[in-house]
Design a binder for this molecule. Structure first.
Ligand code: UDP
Ligand code: MG
Length: 307
């Protein structure tokens, strides 16, 4: 029986892999010798995959999954979760921003009677001011508009009990926002704080585009607030329009001094058009996710693995 599974998504991490493997093995062996490290190669374009295969050849605690292309971080982690056999499962980034040594604190904390222990960043280094700022705003907004308690300043670095993993595996949604799903599951969850350093080597795989999509996935998966804003906007605009209509009728028929209203017409048409497009856009965001789910394609495709 495997005690700990360690899930590591890999996207262009050739420079980080040797040290990562060494540090992961060192810390895990200090906990148990019944462990597995699962590397998920998420369509890397460098030599990561060759390295992973070599590591796996030499060490039979190492498993790998090679996805058929780049599916994104959340999906890569999900592939690892599906394959994991351990009683506890750790998710960790490959770039050494999450210090592997913290795994022993996470594990110890879990043994105090928790099912999830996540690593909460006390500080972040080596990331752009804009990234830190947008992340701060995003997590705080998300917290306000969702009914579940998604912890702020937390990535996916965490340890989970098998019970949580089994529930998670049965949540088939496509647009994964794992940290939200895990909070949603409940049980006893707690955290351990750490200082997050910068990347060791390489550059971030999360472009702004991927980050925005991820943020939208988080919001749409856990909150209907934007939809409510859309209908609220509708009410406000209708109400204001109604008042203006009364005013227009008044000046036209009673007062007699009506303005030739090109300016006001243009403004109201453009304003209404804008509001309508925003609302349709919000609905579109939700609808596109509904159709993603209805298509029912597999979440990822495995090209090769040694499971
Ligand atoms: N990653 C991945 N697929 C991607 C992007 C990233 O598997 O499309 C992996 C990456 O190799 C790393 C982890 O996800 O192990 C976190 O990514 P990254 O460090 O680039 O994100 P950041 O820390 O900048 O948010
Ligand atoms: Mg990183």
């Amino acid at each position: 029986m495997i005690e700990i599974s360690i899930i590591v998504p890999i996207f262009n991490e050739e420079k980080n892999l040797p040290l990562l493997y060494q540090r992961l093995t060192a810390v895990t062996v200090s906990i148990t010798n019944k462990y597995e490290i699962i590397f998920i190669n998420d369509g890397s374009r460098d030599d990561s995959y060759t390295l992973i295969k070599n590591i796996a050849k030499a060490d039979n605690c190492v498993k790998f999954i090679n996805l058929s292309r780049n599916f994104g971080h959340q999906v890569a982690v999900s592939a690892g979760i599906d394959a994991s056999l351990g009683q506890s499962v750790v998710i960790i980034d490959a770039d050494l921003q999450d210090p592997p040594e913290l795994i022993s604190s996470l594990y110890e904390k879990m043994k105090e009677g928790y099912q999830v222990v996540y690593a909460k960043r006390k500080s972040r280094e080596g990331e752009s001011v804009l990234k830190i700022f947008t992340a701060k705003i995003f997590y705080r907004t998300l917290k306000r508009i969702t009914s579940i308690n998604i912890p702020v300043d937390t990535g996916d670095f965490r340890i989970m009990d098998r019970k949580i993993v089994d529930v998670l595996k049965n949540m088939p949604e496509r647009n994964k926002f794992l940290r939200g799903q895990i909070s949603w599951i409940g049980f006893n969850q707690t955290f351990v704080e750490y200082e997050r350093s910068g990347r060791s080597f390489g550059s971030t795989g999360y472009t702004y585009r991927k980050m925005i999509r991820f943020a939208m996935d988080g919001i749409t998966s856990f909150s209907n607030f934007p939809l409510k804003v859309a209908s609220f906007l509708g009410f406000i605009v209708s109400f204001v329009s109604f008042i203006i209509m009364l005013y227009a009728l008044y000046v036209r028929f009673i007062n007699g001094h009506y303005v030739e209203g090109w300016t006001s017409l243009m403004i109201s048409i453009l304003f209404l058009g804008g509001v309508q497009l925003i609302c349709v856009g919000i609905i579109g965001e939700y609808l596109s996710r509904v159709s993603d789910n209805v298509r029912n394609r597999p979440l990822y495709v495995i090209q090769e693995s040694n499971l």
